[in-house]
Design a protein. Structure first.
Length: 450
């Protein structure tokens, strides 16, 4: 594989020049990503120079003419028209709008979303599950996530809602999956057995190793939480079979040691480890800016290079950022939205409000209705029209728009798009990695990447 770009030339190499495509290379030669449909073609050096010339001139018509001339064009995969109906298939329940940690950057403003601390009552959880399952056809699958604040504060509801959902799903002959995101400080062995029995996807928020983590995710009294979390989750890591225990690392300017963090968490036994830059916090504290994102991209690429080395020797290296990116590229994923927020996925507040996702709980910018009256169809219609990538700037002129989907709605609405160069730089590296593995280790794609 060619030497990947670093962030200091990421802007130059991955800068959008025409919206229809992007050139990149591997040891096997030149490749073209055609944005619409996320289609990848190996092309000759001569043709690559022709495309490069059109791109350098920002000549959209010349680029299109080359696509047509060489049979690389196709009818549009993504149109300007947003989906007219989007069945609800996934919900997250903010079962506890309160938390025992005082994380420096918390989107939920300390866990209570800027309001009084509260637990979700059973009737709200059950009504939410009823609404989800009633709109699902026999044989389909739904997913229920338990979130907070810190959801384990309301452990009793998690247990009863899981049983209720399983009973209702069985009666209707549909499948139901469960997930939970927790800070890990309150998890018990009994909880682990419950998660294992019900096949939960468990995500533990860990922002590094030891003092690095403690600097960002301390208890509200100020004492560190890392040692407590590791003590509590070790039994889960040992017993995981039906459940999967993953680590999610929120990256700020203060914990950019990604390579060390990844290797340490993998060695602890996590099923997967992933990184997410902090781009929007309520106070602005610990947000990532361009110099920080430069460091992060270089660290991500180092992690990705180690992933490639491990895969080529037949080892598992569960770096979820690249595993997921390779899976989406291999599928040819192309999408006008970054996720299902406001469409097939809704977040439910403790008092029953429906919101575009868990990050919008109690935020009027993402309000979509409530569990009693249902989703406001006009609100949803307007959301899907406004958030479509074709109507976002600078997205509609960017080659990465159907891989990126325009970025997290919550972050974009509250801060804008400070990370576009980082995202394109990472996708450029992932495209290079994809074709290299396809050429050198095709067996990796023979079955679903794990």
């Amino acid at each position: 594989m060619n030497k990947p770009l670093k962030m200091n030339n990421a802007e130059l190499i991955s800068k959008p020049r025409v919206p229809q495509g992007h050139l990149f290379s591997s040891n096997d030669g030149s490749h073209l990503l055609v944005s619409d449909g996320s289609r990848i073609f190996g092309i000759s050096e001569e043709l690559a120079l022709n495309f490069e010339h059109a791109m350098n001139l920002n000549d959209v018509q010349a680029f299109d003419s080359l696509l047509v001339k060489y049979g690389l064009d196709a009818p549009p995969f993504v149109t300007d028209t947003p989906p007219q109906s989007f069945p609800l298939r996934s919900i997250s329940l903010a079962v506890a709008q309160k938390c025992n940690l005082g994380c420096t950057y918390c989107y939920a403003e300390g866990g209570d979303f800027g309001g009084p601390a509260k637990n979700m009552p059973e009737e709200i959880a059950f009504a939410s599950i009823e609404r989800l399952i009633n709109g699902t056809l026999q044989g389909e699958q739904v997913n229920i996530a338990f979130l907070g604040g810190e959801p384990m504060i309301n452990r009793k509801l998690i247990y009863s809602a899981t049983k209720f959902a399983k009973d209702r799903a069985e009666k209707k002959n549909i499948k139901v999956g469960f997930s939970i995101t927790t800070n890990g400080t309150l998890v018990t062995v009994n909880d682990g057995e419950f998660f294992e029995q019900n096949g939960f996807a468990v995500t533990i928020s860990l922002d590094g190793v030891g003092e690095v983590h403690d600097g960002q995710r301390a208890f509200k009294g100020g004492q560190g939480s890392y040692a407590r979390i590791i003590e509590r989750i070790k039994p889960l890591l040992t017993m995981q079979h039906n459940m999967q225990v993953s680590a999610r690392v929120t990256v700020t300017p203060r914990n950019l040691q990604l390579v060390e963090t990844l290797d340490t968490l993998i060695d602890l036994g996590f099923h997967s480890v992933g990184f997410s830059p902090m781009l929007s916090s309520p106070t602005g504290k610990d947000e990532m800016n361009m110099p920080d994102l430069e460091v992060m991209l270089n660290q991500m690429i180092e992690c990705g290079q180690e992933f490639v080395r491990k895969i080529k020797t037949g080892q598992r290296y569960p770096f979820s950022n690249i595993v997921n990116a390779l899976r989406e590229i291999h599928r040819g994923t192309h999408r006008p939205y970054p996720c299902g927020a406001g469409a097939g996925y809704m977040g439910v507040s403790a008092d029953g409000g429906l919101f575009a996702c868990h990050r919008f709980v109690d935020d009027e910018k993402g309000k979509m209705g409530d569990v009693n009256t249902g989703i406001g169809k006009e609100q949803q219609k307007a959301w899907l029209a406004d958030r479509h990538v074709h109507f976002q700037e600078p997205c509609k002129s960017c080659w990465a728009r159907y891989l990126c989907g325009g970025g997290c709605h919550h972050e974009v609405i509250h801060r804008g798009r400070p990370a576009c160069d980082y995202i394109r730089g990472w996708l450029h590296f992932c495209l290079q990695t994809y074709v290299a593995l396809l050429e050198e280790t095709p067996e990796y794609f023979a079955s679903k990447p794990n």
